[in-house]
Design a protein around this ligand. Structure first.
Ligand code: OGA
Ligand code: MN
Length: 361
């Protein structure tokens, strides 16, 4: 049924009441989940990322930069948009190409969710930072269900953004603004909010953000659980990646061998509405053919999340900055007592090699 109320920020939008009801029943927006001080702190950390990016300090596939938005993949990266030929073919990239989840994201974003009992400890193993400039967007899509468990958590910083459901995007003017159909539901995500997407809102309808849905520069940090058996970019055995299959003492048994399973037909079926290309903001990218950089150095053991584990107590390079492990890097905002204790626990677990934060499905 058409003719719902006009919605925030977009005077011309009229929701589809029935669809909007279903979206709102399966989507929770917690406003002020992060109060002002926490927002400022997290926003300073985000600005730190762009500085590291300018210095070229990230691994090959951590950062995907276009004029209107920068996308950072931590923990896991995946092929998407123009990098795939068909919806449903998204695949996890080799972990060597992606930086681990930074400690500040764990401490300031993931830990509060764990402490509130929203997720089991260790379950969130991927963080994507979307830094949208004014005029930026994300075309309508469904987060690939083969890759990501539900619920999906979206956090918002710097400015409000509105998530629009059921709006179709087209690009009649190459490289220009998109043409979009009226969304069936518009959900404001204010600065400092946590949006939890599950059920119908996650799987039954597409979501996206049009340029008019961003009130200036906005950063979202999307927190998700990547299935350990998600389809992966197939890697031919080479001298550099075969090491992951050899039971070296430091190559963690959890380190996935790049399987041939992703080449199987069932892994290739386009089973959902699709993570459509981020048209207008994508970069030309090699399709599937991902060069594997050198295997992790011996002291860089891989943990159960596919992240590189830092050598306890040693001088290590992290995000390109050298620091003593356990001590915040220069530029990192001061930590609270609670965060310090959590970081100490995290370091202890890493040192002991405990599996207590093993991936749960
Ligand atoms: C995504 C997504 C929404 C946002 O990255 O899949 O839907 O608010 N992002 O950035
Ligand atoms: Mn999404």
């Amino acid at each position: 049924m058409k003719g719902g109320r006009a919605t925030n920020g977009s005077r011309d939008d009229f929701e589809d009441e029935e669809v909007a009801k279903k979206v709102r029943a399966s989507l929770a927006v917690h406003s002020s989940f992060w109060p002002e001080a926490a927002c400022l702190d997290i926003e300073a950390e985000v600005d730190g990322l762009s500085q590291l990016a300018r210095g070229g300090r990230f691994r090959a596939k951590t950062l995907d930069r276009t004029p209107l938005r920068s996308k950072y993949f931590f923990g896991y990266g995946y092929t998407y948009g123009s990098q795939i030929s068909k919806k449903g073919e998204e695949q996890i990239l080799p972990p060597e190409l992606i930086d681990p989840v930074p400690d500040w994201i764990y401490l300031k974003l993931i830990l509060p969710l764990e402490e509130k009992g929203l997720v089991p400890e260790g379950w969130l193993n991927s963080a994507v930072v979307n830094d949208y400039r004014p005029g930026g967007m994300i075309v309508s899509h469904i987060d690939p269900p083969k890759l990501f468990a539900r619920p999906i958590f979206i956090t918002s910083f710097f400015a409000e953004g509105r998530l629009v459901f059921g709006s179709r995007f087209s690009f009649p003017n190459k490289g220009g603004a998109p043409e979009t159909t009226s969304p069936k539901c518009v959900c404001p995500m204010p600065r400092g909010s946590l949006t939890v997407m599950d059920g119908f809102s996650a799987d039954g309808i597409t979501h996206g953000i049009r340029p008019q849905d961003l009130d200036g520069r906005r950063v979202s940090i999307v927190l998700r659980h990547v299935f350990p058996n998600a389809p992966r970019v197939p890697q031919p055995p080479t001298a550099s990646n075969v090491v992951a299959k050899i039971p070296l003492p430091l190559a963690a048994s959890a380190a996935p061998a790049w399987g041939v399973e992703s080449a199987l037909p069932e892994a290739r079926e386009a089973g959902h509405a699709g993570h459509a290309g981020e048209a207008g903001d994508h970069v030309a990218c090699d399709r599937g053919a991902v060069a594997v950089r050198a295997a992790p150095k011996a002291e860089e053991e891989i943990d159960e999340f596919g992240r590189r584990r830092r050598k306890p107590g040693g001088k290590v390079s992290y995000e390109g900055e050298t620091c003593d492990s356990g001590i915040p890097r220069a530029g990192t905002a001061a930590m609270s007592e609670k965060q310090r204790a959590a970081l100490a626990r995290l370091q202890k677990r890493k040192t002991k090699g405990s599996r207590s934060r093993s991936i749960r499905r």
